[in-house]
Ligand binder design. Structure first.
Ligand SMILES: Nc1ncnc2c1ncn2[C@@H]1O[C@H](COP(=O)(O)OP(=O)(O)O)[C@@H](O)[C@H]1O
Length: 278
């Protein structure tokens, strides 16, 4: 199996290169690289994920007459990605983009736990107690759940994007001991002040159920200043059905709905969309 590489995508206002997963937790996951993030020179503000996996894999089998038969398969080995990031780091958006682009199975630890709760199982009942308190669910529940999901035929066949796992070094070690290794570990590194700003500015559209940000959605001064990026961004968002009704919201209704419209020179959402050049 190919070794894992890791990368850190800085999605703050100022871009900088950093060590991935800034702790010893992920250092074991980092060695040779099958996938890597690299600056896309055609667009200085974007970063692209480029596949470098072998397109042909070989298998060798021994026949009954003891001759060895080598078979070449044109099927590439499925891609395996782990992604981590704080709330409001844009993880949901990136997961959507990555799974769509690479046709991977999106496995979110939180979703698995919610499904377990919905099933009414004993594990689900225990998990709920921890989740209600905002604490991590014990490893003995989470690890086996994630492992079982990774072993499902669709994950093995298509590859996976594991989201929200590992959240501790013991979870990482456990998965490694089961023989799972990501090809790449993506850490969305957003400065804390930006995360706070995003969370504070988030609003839920009661009609569509979608989440918007005050500054992105209603900052008309910003929009006129950055019209090109705005429309580019809107196009991407609309194509992914994230923002459907926003362009038809009149300013007055938007003001009533979202309150005052702050003016800012930063564009958190643009930042994510433009820097990740998928
Ligand atoms: N890898 C994990 N290990 C332990 N508990 C987890 C893990 N992933 C999710 N959880 C539990 O599920 C809850 C919801 O997780 P998630 O859906 O990822 O949302 P959030 O990003 O808000 O934590 C967490 O607060 C935690 O209690």
């Amino acid at each position: 199996m190919a070794g894992a590489s890791s990368c850190c995508v800085n999605l703050g206002v100022t871009a900088k290169t950093q060590q991935p997963f800034a702790s010893s937790k992920s250092s074991k996951l980092s060695n040779s690289s099958s996938f890597s993030f690299f600056p896309d020179t055609s667009s200085p503000s974007s970063i692209s994920l480029r596949a470098q996996k072998p397109l042909v894999s070989f298998s060798v089998t021994r026949r009954r007459d003891s001759t060895l038969v080598a078979a070449a398969s044109a099927k590439p080995e499925p891609l395996k990605i782990m992604i981590a990031g704080a709330p409001a780091s844009g993880k949901g958006t990136q997961c959507e983009l990555i799974t769509k682009k690479y046709d991977l199975v999106h496995i979110a630890a939180g979703d698995l736990l919610r499904a377990e709760i919905a099933s009414g199982s004993e594990n689900g009942k225990r998990a709920r107690e921890y989740m209600d308190r905002g604490q991590l669910v014990p490893d003995e529940i989470v690890v086996m759940m994630v492992k079982d999901r990774l072993l499902q035929p669709d994950s093995r066949e298509k590859g996976w994007l594991l989201d929200g796992y590992p959240r501790s070094s013991s979870q990482a070690t456990a998965l490694k001991e089961f023989g799972f290794k990501p090809d790449i570990f993506i850490l969305l590194d957003v400065p804390e002040e930006i995360l706070v700003e995003r969370v504070v500015g988030r609003r839920l559209d009661p009609v569509t159920g979608k989440i918007y940000h005050l500054k992105l959605s209603c900052d008309w001064l910003l929009i006129t200043k950055m019209w090109k990026q705005f429309f580019q961004c809107m196009k991407i968002l609309q194509s992914r059905h994230v923002i459907v009704s926003l362009p038809i919201y009149p300013v007055k209704i938007a003001k009533l709905f979202w309150g005052s419209l702050p003016v800012s020179s930063t564009a958190p959402y643009h930042d994510i969309i433009l820097r990740i050049g998928f």
